[in-house]
Design a protein around this ligand. Structure first.
Ligand code: HEM
Ligand code: HEM
Length: 161
């Protein structure tokens, strides 16, 4: 175990955060294009649709890189005094976030490139699960910052100096 995340781990964390935020903000054009495809109409090219597809595939591409960094460099240990239940919850949330960072792009790609309707349904359902996990995860960070007053938030922020 190490005391801190590397600069690359921190950058990747926030780049992926921005990419996922964009996926939610830019969901409408691809959802509309999918509905058109379902009714037999081929949608024209749209940069917003391309951004959803490419942004989502980038999230997928970054997963093995992030996991390799975790293996090579390690992750910061749970902060001293964190209740064991919260430690387990944080670990499980991180694992579930990784799982969804794989399943969301795969189901999206299966729908978009393979025309598989159940994959689109799974994609749509999982968007809510991912959103709930992000909310729980962010709430955990805020709880650490303001209630437990630990260094957990600081270690995912760029090092100063
Ligand atoms: C982390 C990655 C991704 C996230 C968070 C995400 C999120 C979303 C969201 C929020 C919607 C709107 C659902 C709705 O309003 O009905 C959506 C729709 C869609 N996305 Fe993604 N997406 C991701 C990756 C991808 C990728 C890589 C592709 C294609 C290669 C893709 C293809 C689609 C398609 C075809 C739809 C319309 C069908 C549906 O509504 O499920 N997505 N996505
Ligand atoms: C798309 C949204 C997000 C995803 C998918 C995500 C994912 C992750 C993952 C997988 C980790 C474990 C470390 C790693 O493997 O890199 C982590 C750590 C962390 N994240 Fe996020 N995160 C997101 C958003 C946020 C937000 C909005 C905040 C702050 C409000 C935040 C704060 C943190 C902190 C402080 C850590 C370090 C936790 C620790 O060391 O135990 N994350 N995040």
């Amino acid at each position: 175990m190490v005391a801190a995340y590397t600069r690359t781990q921190i950058r990747l964390h926030w780049i992926v955060f921005a990419l996922i935020a964009l996926q939610y903000l830019l969901h409408e054009p691809i959802a509309r294009a999918w509905d058109m495809l379902q009714s037999g109409v081929t949608p024209g090219f749209s940069p917003l649709i391309a951004a959803h597809v490419l942004g989502g595939l980038l999230v997928l591409l970054f997963v093995p890189w992030r996991i390799a960094l975790r293996r090579l460099h390690g992750v910061a240990p749970p902060p001293a005094g964190e209740p064991p239940l919260l430690q387990r919850l944080a670990k499980a949330t991180h694992a579930a976030l990784y799982l969804l960072m794989v399943l969301m792009p795969l189901s999206g790609a299966a729908a978009w490139f393979g025309g598989i309707a159940p994959a689109a349904e799974a994609h749509e359902a999982m968007r809510l699960i991912l959103l709930a996990l992000i909310a729980l995860h962010a709430a955990g960070a805020v709880y650490h910052r303001f209630v437990l007053k630990s260094d957990v938030m600081a270690r995912m922020l760029p090092p100063r100096g």
